[in-house]
Ligand binder design. Structure first.
Ligand code: DAH
Length: 339
């Protein structure tokens, strides 16, 4: 048996392959599951104890030699294949790249930005971690104001003066502090509220704020601007309706509904059979807010509005569950490819 192993060793050392096939044949013969080495290792169990040492050493030598040979052959034929056999056709067109798709919230945000850009609005942004002044006090919501409770605020524990902004109205304040009138700006961004997550509410969502300040700006300007937006975004046949409302930072304030774009006003479960759906809050900027932000309220007036991007997206694409926007399920996102 020992002799047999030695013969194998000689054969391994001598072996030369002239093709990948013969190299592979060699590999299977020696290292394969039913190959020479496995057979010999099985036979090793029955070798008498006094012969085990010599037999074991020879066997290990064979194993190492065979493995080295196989490695060398693989390297040889692998390199050769890389150089010789691989034909590169430089005229071939490239593999198409699989492009991702834009998130529906980004598509809608960009559409809204485009509509207001055409009216001369600039884009402004502010921090998501805000202080009390910009999120509340400057907007006519002093401490102890009951309307603060409407916005379930996340406070940052280490400094109770800092919080996650509850609306993008904070960016109005920052913009007015930095810029003189006239002002036309919209501020898209992420906002946070301590709400239980459901099909209709989330603790993180997106808003777009609008601000227009100039001499002699009137409520009629506000209404016309929003009508224009609604018709550009939801279609020319869209109607709007303003309902009186309350926001501390605007006076007078209103909520705006559009005629339901799904049932065209006939009544469906999206508009709760009223024919109208709410899309935003708005109003004439309260003179206190202008003064807080360094704008002369005797000379200037203006309007502001704020809308939820999720809400508008749900209406436009008939998405019934807000949570879908955050799950990033590719099957959902891909549907907006051509939107
Ligand atoms: N900040 C309000 C909210 O988050 C939305 C809003 C209402 C913004 C009226 C405005 C406005 O600028 O004038 O609910």
């Amino acid at each position: 048996m020992l002799k047999q192993i030695e013969e194998h060793i000689i054969e391994v050392e001598k072996f030369e392959a002239d093709s990948i096939e013969s190299a592979e044949h060699f590999r299977i013969k020696y290292l394969g599951k039913k190959g020479v080495l496995n057979d010999l290792f099985l036979a090793f169990k029955n070798v008498p104890n006094e012969e085990k040492k010599a037999f074991g050493q020879a066997l290990n030598k064979l194993k190492i030699k065979a493995q080295e040979k196989v490695d060398a052959l693989q390297k040889h034929f692998g390199d050769k294949e890389d150089q010789g056999n691989r034909k590169i056709d430089l005229t071939m067109s490239a593999e198409p790249l699989r492009l991702g798709t834009r998130h529906p919230l980004s598509i809608v945000k960009n559409d809204i930005i485009e509509i207001f850009s055409r009216l001369g609005f600039t884009i402004s942004e502010g921090p998501e971690i805000e202080d009390d002044w910009h999120n509340f006090s400057a907007l006519n919501l002093p401490e102890e104001h009951p309307a603060r409770d409407m916005q379930d605020t996340f406070f940052i524990q280490r400094n109770p003066d800092t919080l996650l902004r509850t609306h993008t109205s904070s960016v109005q304040v920052r913009f007015m502090e930095k810029n003189d009138a006239p002002i036309r700006t919209i501020s898209p961004g992420r906002v946070f509220r301590n709400e239980a997550i459901s099909a209709r509410a989330h603790c993180i969502f997106h808003q777009i704020e609008g601000l227009y300040i100039d001499e002699n700006v009137s409520f009629a300007d506000l209404k016309q601007t929003l009508l224009h937006f609604a018709q550009e975004f939801f279609g020319k046949e869209t109607k709007i309706r303003l309902r009186p409302s309350y926001f501390p930072f605007t006076e007078p304030s209103a909520e705006v509904d559009i005629s339901c774009n799904i049932c065209k006003g006939k009544g469906c479960n999206i508009c709760k059979y009223s024919g109208w759906v709410e899309i935003l809050g708005c109003g004439m900027v309260d003179p206190n807010v202008l003064d807080n932000c360094g704008i002369d309220s005797k000379k200037y007036s203006g309007f502001a509005f704020g809308m939820g991007i999720e809400r508008i997206t749900m209406l436009k694409y008939q998405v019934k569950d807000l949570r879908l926007f955050f799950e990033n399920d590719i099957r959902f996102l891909e549907q907006f490819k051509h939107a």
